[in-house]
Design a protein around this ligand. Sequence first.
Ligand code: JCQ
Length: 220
Amino acid sequence: MKITVITIFPGYFSSPLSAGVVGRAIEAGYLEIETVDLRDFTTGFHRQVDDAPYGGGAGMVMMIEPLAKALAPLSETVRVLMTPAGKPLDQEMLDRFATLDHLTLVCGRYEGVDERVVEHFIDEEVSVGDFVLPGGEAAALAMIEGIGRLIPGVLGNDQSIAGESFRDSLLAEPHYTRPADYHGWKVPEVLLSGDHGRIEEWRASQRLERTRRRRPDLLD
Ligand code: JCQ
């Protein structure tokens, strides 16, 4: 799979994408990340990508010309704009994106992008949460990490993907490892019992109870 990222900060992605599961996925050739510097598509000495909004008001708007030039050759890909006004990202969307051959992520910033870019060059607008970032780079990185681990062969153990939070609309159960007693803080007895029926029953009830308390919206 290939992911093209359009950004004014192409260097932003190099260190996080060299680490961990996704770093290995890139090294092993499962995933290719191409960063495109939006300023390469500007004209003029100042390499300007933003301008004042028509109608007045605070802040700046990303101009159509550099984005149009960067996105035109990517019309065969699915083009996603990272924006707080987008559809909230969830595991189902990541599953779908992970099946694509080529995905393009556009990192928005300032007050937003000229709406004509969205109309003519963007397939989907995606948000990683109800908060505002200075730019879409961290949101794109979250997408890349979430997608990368789903590419067949990358994680090795499909069981760990099948059993995780959100896969069945439930939060994960609490986990424990050694020691069984840390200065008096004990691991739940059931996990030491060796009774796998009881253990799975306990885990299922913990997932349900946690979801009820923390994320009742997931149960609706
Ligand atoms: C992405 N959740 C938050 C900020 C405008 C395209 O327009 C804008 C993009 C940004 C950067 O992205 C986010 C974001 N998902 O803030 C303002």
